[in-house]
Each structure stands twice: as structure tokens, then as C-alpha cells.
Design a protein around this ligand. Sequence first.
Ligand code: ASP
Length: 316
Amino acid sequence: MQPFSLVIHGGAGTILKEDMTPELEKAYLQGLQDALDAGYAVLEEGGSATNAVKAAIVILEDNLLFNAGRGSVFTKKGVQEMDAAIMDGHSMNAGAVAGIRNVRNPIELATEVMNNSNHVFLSGKGANDFAIKQGIKLEPDEFFFSQFRYDQWKAMRDSDNYSLDHTHQGLEELMKDKKFGTVGAVACDQQGNIAAATSTGGMTNKKYGRIGDSPVIGAGTYANNKTCAISCTGHGEPFICAVAAHDVSCLMEYKGLSLQEAMNEVVMKKLVAMDGEGGMIGTDAHGNTAMVFNSAGMYRGMKNSAGENQIAIYKD
Ligand code: ASP
């Protein structure tokens, strides 16, 4: 049997055990396991890698704890603008959306762009119009609200700073305590096809229509059956400049590195040299998986047909 696998992340950053309550830790682990189970069920039933990553991401988007869909961070203007992308490594077709509002599951809209438009990347109002035309589920602003993200934004909104994610602390702590709550999934299905997907609210207090790496094909999201499927999380700007996800693919394709070696090279060397804090998850078309990060922690999980099931938050 062709081995199959699913890997997910819920963001990376300064995630330390001493900052976590047992209840919160339990809730994060449960959220990861729920997403892992939903995506893995698709693979187990013989479904496609693209459907599996979408199923996992929908669960994470609906979970208030993660910075994607419901629970997204607030922009400088006090609204939520979300980005998402999905890529199918078999057809090498992709769909992405940026700066969208009120779409319940941004990954569904990205998938709709991939499957039912002539385009790859839609943004802002045009993307929202496309969502309405395609009958994608919308929700009022209140649906996306979380007190925790709101307080985080309140601590920053009068400054020019922006932050990579959640904390309950004040501005000073906020800037040194960087966390990223973006969600991502990669999968290898029973046919040996792979896919990647990423969804995010971006960064707290972002302005001028800022877009991070997550929806940018090749930067935060990439899939190619010949090499790998990758989803990133971290400080988007250096990830874009490093073309991080595609760089892993290039190292595999042109230099013959394994998935793990290529991800180590990009995350632990290239991104570190560029001040690119964060990490990524990956799979190849043989079901090999890897989860690599250069930050203190990364919410992550992996489940495969060899019977492995891991969920973790901190380094060890
Ligand atoms: N990479 C995302 C961004 O820069 C943030 C994250 O990973 O949480 O928008």
C-alpha cells in the first residue's frame, strides 16, 4: 500500500510552557487532534490530499484559539482581514485569497478559486464578490470576534508596531513575545498525490492592506508531486523574500536533498540568517513527513498510515 500521511500546524513562535495554563494547553492539543482526525479520515477513506488539507484547515479556522477564520487578529483599523491558499501537487494548480472579510472559511474560498475560476490569486473586494457569487458561507463581524485578540490589538492600536500573534500581555511584552497563530496542513494521499494549504488572519495591527507569506504561492504554501508539499508559519516578510516553501522544493529537485534535509537548510540556516522566525511542515509523495521550526515552539501534529499520531507544542 502507498503510505499516506497528514501534517498540520497552528502557528509557531515564543510558545513557552511557563506561559501556558494546563487548561489552555489542553484546549490547543485537542484543537490540533480534532483537525488531524478530520483530515486523516479523508485520507483513510481514499480521499484526495487536497480534500484532506481542506478538511483539517476548516476545523482550525472554526476554532477560536487559532489566528485563522474565526479568532483572526485585528488590523490597525480594527477589522479582520484574512488570507489563505491551497495547492495541489498533482495538477500544480493553486488558489489563493488575500485581505478577505466575513468569509467563514477562507480555505473554502481559496479552493473555489483553484477549482472554479480562471485565476490563482484574488484579493479584497473582488475576492469577496467571488465568494458571494459562488455561494461561499459568510458570517457577520461578531462571528470572528475573540476578546483575547481584541485585547491584544487594543494594546497596540495607538502604536506603529505590528505583532505576529497572540499574547495576553502589554505592549512591551507583546513585542518581545512573538507568536504566530496561522494554521496549515500538508497531506500525501493513497494515490501518492500531495497538497498544501495555509490560512491566517495575518498580524495584529497590520495596515495598508499588508499581506504575509501564507497566501503567496512558493512563499508560505507550495506543492509539487515531484518534490514536496509545504506550509509555513512565522514572520511573513522574510518568508516571502526567502521564497521559503519553493526553496525546499528546489533543494530537493535540483540538489537531491531529502525532505528533512531541505527543510532544515531553509528553516535553520537561510531563514535564521534573514531573521525569519518561524517554521514549516512538509510531506513528500512517499508519505515521509517533517516539522521544522527555529522558534521556541510550534503547534503541530502528524498522523500517518504507519500508525503514528503525534501532537506537540514545545521544542521537545
Ligand atoms: N506568516 C503569517 C504572516 O506573516 C503569520 C503567522 O504565521 O502566524 O501573515
